[in-house]
Design a protein around this ligand. Structure first.
Ligand code: PAF
Length: 258
């Protein structure tokens, strides 16, 4: 109950900056959990982890327009501010930072951060890197917590932080899954009942790939073909964007698994 009374909702970058600067002056350890809202148990696990390691927990809730392509789901992205803020309060967050897009991006915004070497082979993450670095500059946290569900995002943020000497420890936390193995995601609400029923097959196809590698298969192309075949059979409504086997640190495609 004590925690519930003290959470602040902040909308302006200046206010976030000054609250966090005061905590730093007091020598407190601060943790930032960047999110786009519509919380599920995966977000809750990130916030709870932050709560367990830091004196002050800042959760940012911002559906970042610059990381959506022109034909992506920015407008449709699910939102529920009341429920989300109640959860952050319940989990002991100290600040919920919820800016409007115009607070985060001036009309003449012209600076972008990207890590092309880690983005070229998969989807690009310029908008993510830019907003995450802006959040790091505003909050200047001791650590920031991200889910491992988006492995590429986590790897890119770690690389950005290392290359730019950003003094923030980036922590990745394990995926949280439904009972049938589907990774929790705010976007799962888009699935029709039929797609939802088939979606756990994605994880099964990855487990099959891991099993092949564990059994001695070293040829990446053969494993990818096996995954493709499995998905064609078990996920008939799915449409492949890509299936890649990459080095987990640098995300370059590998031909042989070492
Ligand atoms: O993973 C997300 O929810 C977003 O990409 C992030 C890290 C909050 C940046 O907008």
């Amino acid at each position: 109950m004590e925690m519930e009374k003290t959470m602040q909702i902040i909308h302006s970058p200046e206010a976030l900056h000054s609250v966090c600067a005061e905590w730093r002056r007091q020598g407190l350890k601060t943790a930032l959990v960047p999110t786009m809202g519509y919380y599920h148990a995966g977000h809750a696990s990130l916030i709870s982890y932050a709560r367990s390691v830091a004196d002050k927990v800042i959760v940012s809730l911002f559906v970042n327009p610059t990381q959506f392509g022109p034909n992506e789901d920015l407008e449709a992205y699910p939102r529920d501010f009341e429920k989300d803020s109640a959860l952050v309060r319940e989990l002991g967050g100290d600040v919920l930072y919820a800016p409007e897009p115009e607070n985060m991006y001036a009309p003449d915004h012209a600076t972008w951060v990207e890590v092309p070497a880690l983005a070229n082979t998969l989807c690009g993450l310029r908008g993510v890197c830019t907003v995450v670095l802006k959040l790091f500059m505003l909050a200047q946290p001791s650590l920031a917590v991200f889910g491992e569900k988006d492995w590429q995002q986590l790897a890119i943020i770690k690389k950005m932080v290392s290359d730019l000497n950003v003094p923030v420890e980036v922590v990745g936390r394990p995926i949280v899954r439904e009972a049938d193995g589907l990774a929790l995601s705010s976007r799962n609400v888009y699935l029709t009942p039929e797609e939802r029923a088939q979606a756990p097959q994605i994880r099964k196809s990855l487990e099959m790939a891991a099993g092949l590698a564990a059994g001695g298969e070293r040829d990446a192309a053969r494993i990818i073909e096996a995954v493709r075949g499995y998905l064609a059979e078990h996920l008939p409504t799915g449409e492949e964007d890509y299936i890649s086997i990459v080095d987990p640190a640098v995300l370059t495609k590998v031909d042989r698994i070492e």
